[in-house]
Design a protein around this ligand. Structure first.
Ligand code: NAD
Length: 425
């Protein structure tokens, strides 16, 4: 492993001991000694106690590193917090294939979030809607007076939209407040503004405001990533065709699309968690966006280009922040941002989308060729070995035997472990 060149490409990274992996990250991301200590530390209880209620302790997840990522011409190594085996390896492998044709390219919209104010018990809905729009400027000024910091940073309330919705309770007006939240996820910022607008909206419309809260369908804050996957590296035309056949089911069938998108979120959630962002917000936005045309479908699209290579694309809402929330409280989240070398929410969103596409490519590639279980098997075998009662020195050996014999099953693992121990006596 060269220590002079700054590249995210490392072959055999998985074979290195943890200390060597940390050395690589330290060099790549220019980490300090104190930074490195954070890898081994747990979230301190005082911080945890400030983050949520009724704290008892902390809950740990493995933090791994996906390598080989080239995004918009820049090298990234991606920290991923996940309990699921094979996810990190699969992402790294997909990124390696994507690099051959230049890596991932991304685009991102402005960081616009939507806040909703639900107005009920309105006399004349059409007149009320007009009145709200007539008062747009005053409403935006009031919203912006709630967050001077955000406005000074170039963000703030940008627009108002009015929707009229029929419901079993009668017609209601839903006013959307569009806020540029800059580098924040934006929930607190938007919710505060919505609450401040409620009395004025009631006065203008003569109605009653019920809900005033952010929408997680952040469809004005979209990120897109594309990549070309080399057909030769994939194994030729037949594999590309098999890949496209597998993908097609996700594009037409919600039963498959749910699993397809779950695979995308395997990568996305791992990075979202590692950076202290809100995985439920990202999940909600992604799945609602996947159903935006009335039928739930895949968040990625694939086609073959003139060269016969596979072109992949992902588009989804990405309400992530590098300020606010847990992102600034959790030491490991701060360290993960440093490892990524990102400075804005936009850049983080672009890395997240690229990772989601990589993860999806890797899953479909495996499904279209060797099947998903092969890759899972060796780590799964280790889990089975532990469940069978294997101790430190026994785990690898037992897992290897289980895979070699093609029987990764708990009862068989127990039987083999007993034999191994008898033999060792
Ligand atoms: P926040 O309120 O903690 O921080 C955002 C604030 O930081 C801004 O309002 C601004 O005043 C300030 N700021 C400083 N530098 C900034 C910069 N460069 N860019 C933007 N703002 C900057 O955080 P938030 O992002 O408003 O809220 C996120 C939290 O809200 C998350 O923890 C999330 O889980 C939670 N939450 C989510 C939902 C939901 O998704 N439906 C609902 C409620 C709360």
């Amino acid at each position: 492993m060269s220590t002079t060149e700054r590249t995210s490409v490392v072959s055999g990274f998985y074979k290195l001991p943890i200390e060597k992996r940390r050395e690589f990250v330290t060099h790549f991301a220019n980490l300090s000694e104190d930074d490195v200590k954070i890898f081994s530390s747990c979230l301190d209880l005082a911080t945890a106690d400030r983050m949520i209620e009724n704290v008892l302790g902390t809950f740990e997840l493995p933090l791994g590193l996906a390598v080989n990522f080239l995004i918009n011409g820049k090298d990234y190594i991606i920290p991923m917090a996940t309990e699921e085996s094979s996810v990190v390896a699969a992402a790294s492998n997909a990124a390696k294939i994507a690099r051959i044709k230049g890596g991932f390219s991304t685009t991102c919209s402005e960081p616009l979030m939507i806040g909703q104010l639900q107005l009920l018990h309105i006399g004349d809905v059409v007149t009320a809607a007009h009145e709200i729009l007539k008062h747009k400027e005053q409403l935006l000024i009031l919203a912006n007076s709630q967050d001077k910091i955000l406005v000074d940073l170039g963000g703030g309330a940008r627009d108002l939209e009015v929707r009229i919705l029929d419901s079993p309770l009668g017609t209601m007006i839903v006013t959307h407040l569009i806020v540029d939240v800059r580098d924040a996820m934006g929930a607190n910022a938007v919710n505060t503004m919505c609450e401040a607008l409620a009395p004025m909206l009631e006065e203008i419309s003569g109605g009653k405001v019920r809900l005033k809260i952010l929408s997680n369908l952040a469809d004005k804050r979209l990120v897109k990533a594309t990549a070309v996957f080399d057909k030769e590296k994939m194994g030729g035309d037949r594999v590309v065709d098999a890949f496209l056949e597998s993908y097609t089911l996700a594009s037409i069938d919600p039963y498959r699309a749910a699993t397809h998108n779950k695979g995308i979120m395997n990568g996305i959630d791992a990075l979202i968690i590692a950076t202290g962002n809100d995985s439920r917000a990202i999940e909600a936005g992604a799945h609602a966006y996947a159903a935006r045309d009335g039928q739930y479908t895949a968040l990625t699209r694939y086609h073959k280009n003139n060269n016969g290579d596979l072109v992949g694309e992902i588009e989804l809402p990405m309400a992530v922040g590098v300020v606010g929330g847990a992102a600034n409280m959790h030491p490991k989240a701060k360290l993960c941002r440093k490892i990524l070398g990102i400075s804005s929410a936009r850049e983080l969103a672009e890395v997240v989308a690229s990772l989601g596409l990589a993860q999806n490519f890797a899953a479909l590639f495996a499904l279209s060729t060797v099947g998903i279980q092969k890759g899972h098997m060796s780590l799964h075998a280790k889990n089975i070995a532990v469940m069978a009662g294997a101790q430190r020195g026994e785990i690898e050996k037992l897992a290897d035997q289980l895979v070699h014999n093609g029987k990764v099953k708990l009862d068989y693992a127990k039987e083999l472990l007993e034999k191994m121990r008898k033999k060792a006596k």
